[in-house]
Design a protein around this ligand. Structure first.
Ligand code: C2E
Ligand code: MG
Ligand code: MG
Length: 730
């Protein structure tokens, strides 16, 4: 760097000849990067080399005017504090006669707006008497080192601040010495006092939850081997009090130029609160709030896992039991939802207590529960489980603050699952098919799913879809079974019975499609069609055969689902009006079980009765309805179920029941119709017992309209006539 011209001129004004007589030596002094100054014993400046002028940022003119004790020097000490001029080391050397080595001084250079740091060495020269003649002062520029030191100090401070100020713990693992530094906060997270855990890596690893250990180890190895760019692990660490805290540990390995890992460091965050919140959310999303059992979502998830394991081990099988309460709706409707809820809770507890802890018990919704049996050796084992569950449910439940004793039963569908299934939903679907089968067999049963059921289920699905269009496509028709006065042989009326001829499947039995229509709600349009068609048919007969058909009535069956419809009375009234049929010619058949399970039965019956039509209890004797309720129903007829008629024989079996029903009906002033008369013996016996009316294959099967019309014209039942006319079969 070239020096300003006046700095050179400074040397000419100094008595340098006496100090450095050698020109070559003087050149050397001038070219040194170290600043050199000479002061005399009185503190007068004698000489400075170029480096000194540059470092002190002085021109020779300024230097000439500058005294040693001048305030203009602007020195600061090593700590950055302003320094009085007499503290300048040259003073000390002059006064003590001893060298003052390595003083660090800062000097603010106003013209350059920055501070230089100088290492100042002062060396006094003495005469023979030991008096100081002059001092040589050297200045070495140490500004770069000072800056580097300051930066290092700053970054260390920043690091310390980060470590101490952060809520996270810090760890630093020297893999060469196998020492592990754990920060104070790391210790505090686990309740230890800072530094107390030592520097062994086991201080960390021994605290990891045994279940998490293998996973953390694998994650570490994956990162160290370079398979994962960072180490990130959520695991549990044992707190000093023995409980576990969840932590998120993040870390990064440092490699040397050969790619060898020599150090790994990172942070550790306490995530216990978050984990608890997550666990609570998970619990709410996967469990039923009422019973605390697993919900459908979790059940399907576990079922999916069971399918997965079955795929890995094709010999492995699992089992699913689907359980549905038989009378829950009745309990809910009669005792209220609170009691219903309480029953479900108690029931869940009972089931849980009965089941093996490995089995998953879930509430899928409403009164539907499911059990997943993880391994099944033989299907019979699952049937045993079903029997045990039915057994524990059979005891009474005390609900409503112990004010009610409720009995309930459950139907259970069972499936053995394995590789035959692709999706968990399919397993549940088949369990549902088996459950329906069990329900169909009567309550409190269980059924094991088999291939036949699947075929049946497929057929049902087909039927369900076909039934929707059956009415529009005119595949439905009505057959009419004569109801005959058993004493006179006179035709009393007909029971209208729905028939369905499917283009591919042929005749579908009403017990099959009516049940289906009830389950799918299609019974409403179907029932309306039946009622209208039957009324129109009778109206037509009355117009065609006014004499014979004058006193005939037509019976139409009402299913429970229809009976519970609030609009029922209105639309029956409308149909009667549209068809212009006097209401007394229409009879509605309602099964005993429908009446028994419906608390509003009296009200609905009264409303129907107010239309002026006739009411009949169908299948009487099978619904276990209380006889005491019978007198409160505004009914006209009892239809004795064909099961009782079928039991009657010459030996006198089964007569008593019929006799009892007949006398009961007499007392209640109800007319009786016996159903299912199949033999002349049964007819004889019924006639002997004084039963007024009946129907059955022996008298006439359900007839297609043309045959029924013939019978209307005849006015009598050929089976009871002396001529015994042949009745055409449909
Ligand atoms: P249900 O009301 O008890 O009808 C009498 C059933 O007994 C009819 O069966 C009839 O064909 C049959 N049956 C008549 N005589 C004899 C006999 O001597 N022996 C035997 N074993 N059976 C006899 P179907 O037509 O199969 O109807 C079955 C059930 O389907 C009916 O029982 C009724 O509950 C229901 N159903 C039929 N049509 C309708 C309808 O239009 N609406 C509603 N809601 N249900 C209907
Ligand atoms: Mg009937
Ligand atoms: Mg019946």
């Amino acid at each position: 760097m070239a020096l300003p011209q006046d700095r050179f001129s400074a040397f000419t004004s100094l008595p340098r000849g006496s100090l450095f007589p050698e020109p070559s030596f003087q050149r050397l002094m001038q070219s040194l990067p170290v600043g050199i100054q000479v002061w005399d014993a009185q503190g007068e400046h004698l000489w400075s080399n170029a480096a000194a002028l540059r470092l002190l940022d002085l021109t020779p003119k300024m230097l000439r005017e500058r005294r040693l004790q001048d305030r203009l020097w602007n020195w600061v000490n090593e700590a950055g504090q302003p320094m009085a001029p007499h503290r300048f080391p040259v003073f000390e050397a002059l006064t003590t006669g001893r060298p003052v080595p390595r003083t660090v001084l800062g000097l603010y250079r106003p013209r350059e707006w920055h501070r230089v740091w100088l290492m100042v060495d002062v060396d006094p020269h003495l005469d023979e008497q030991g008096e100081v003649t002059h001092v040589v002062c050297t200045y070495t520029d140490i500004t770069p080192q000072r800056l580097a030191e300051a930066q290092l100090r700053h970054s260390e401070e920043r690091y310390a601040l980060a470590v101490n100020g952060a809520r996270d713990g810090i760890w630093d693992w020297d893999l060469l010495t196998d020492r592990l530094y754990l920060s104070d906060q790391w210790h505090l997270l686990l309740g230890y006092s800072p530094g107390s855990l030592g520097e062994e890596p086991s201080a960390w690893f021994d605290h990891i939850h045994p279940q998490d250990g293998p996973r953390v180890r694998q994650q570490l190895l994956d990162h160290l081997a370079g398979h994962q760019p960072t180490f990130e692990s959520e695991h549990r660490l044992r707190h000093c009090q023995g409980n576990y805290r969840w932590v998120l540990v993040r870390g990064l390995a440092v490699r040397d130029t050969d790619g060898q890992v020599y150090r790994m460091a990172g942070s550790q965050t306490d995530i216990t609160e978050r984990k608890h919140a997550e666990a609570e959310l998970w619990l709410a999303a996967t469990h039923d709030a009422l019973t605390g059992l697993a919900n459908r979502y979790l059940f399907l998830d576990r079922l999916g896992r069971a399918l997965e394991s079955a795929r890995q081990d094709p010999t492995g099988q699992f089992g699913v039991l689907l359980l549905d309460l038989d009378r829950f709706k009745v309990i809910n409707d009669s005792l209220g939802h609170l009691v219903g809820d309480e029953l479900l809770m108690r029931l869940a507890q009972r089931l849980r207590a009965q089941l093996d802890p490995d089995y998953l018990l879930a509430r899928l919704g409403g009164d539907e529960f499911a059990v997943l049996v993880p391994t099944v050796a033989r299907p019979a084992g699952l049937c045993q489980v079903a029997e045990q569950l039915q057994q524990v449910l059979s005891a009474a439940f005390c609900v409503g603050s112990d004010s009610y004793e409720v009995y309930t039963t459950a139907s259970i569908g069972i499936v053995v699952g394995g590789t035959a299934y692709d999706r968990p939903q399919d397993v549940l679907r088949d369990a549902d098919v088996a459950l329906h089968q069990a329900k169909g067999q009567g309550k409190a049963r269980y059924a094991l799913f088999d291939g036949e059921m699947r075929a049946k289920a497929v057929r049902q699905l087909k039927l369900e879809n076909a039934l929707r269009q059956a009415i529009e496509r005119q595949e439905l028709c009505l057959h009419y079974q004569p109801v005959v006065n058993l004493q006179t042989g006179q035709l009393q009326g007909f029971e209208a019975l729905a028939r369905w001829q499917h283009p591919e499947l042929g005749w579908v039995s009403p017990s099959e499609f009516i049940t289906l229509a009830e389950e799918t709600g299609q019974i409403i349009p179907l029932g309306q069609w039946v009622l209208r068609t039957a009324c129109q048919q009778l109206k037509q007969w009355q117009q065609q055969w006014p004499t014979q058909a004058q006193s005939l009535s037509v019976s139409v069956n009402l299913s429970a689902y229809q009976f519970a419809q609030t609009a029922l009375v209105t639309w029956i009234d409308r149909v009667l009006e549209e068809v212009d049929l006097p209401p007394a010619h229409l009879q509605l058949e309602i099964t005993e079980s429908t009446l028994g399970s419906y608390t509003e039965a009296e009200t609905t019956l009264a409303a129907l009765k107010s239309l002026g039509l006739k009411l009949c209890i169908d299948d009487f004797g099978t619904g276990h309805s209380s006889l005491s309720r019978l007198h409160s129903f505004p009914i006209d007829h009892l239809k004795i179920d064909r099961a009782f008629v079928g039991r009657m024989d010459r030996e006198g079996n089964g007569r008593d029941i019929i006799d009892t029903i007949l006398s009961l009906a007499q007392r209640l002033k109800l007319a009786v119709i016996a159903e299912g008369i199949e033999t002349p013996t049964q007819l004889d016996l019924l006639q002997g017992l004084g039963c007024q009316a009946g129907q059955g294959f022996f008298l006439a099967p359900p007839l297609a309209p043309p045959q029924a019309t013939t019978l209307v014209a005849a006015g009598r039942c050929p089976a009871l006539s002396t001529e015994k006319d042949a009745i055409p079969t449909p």
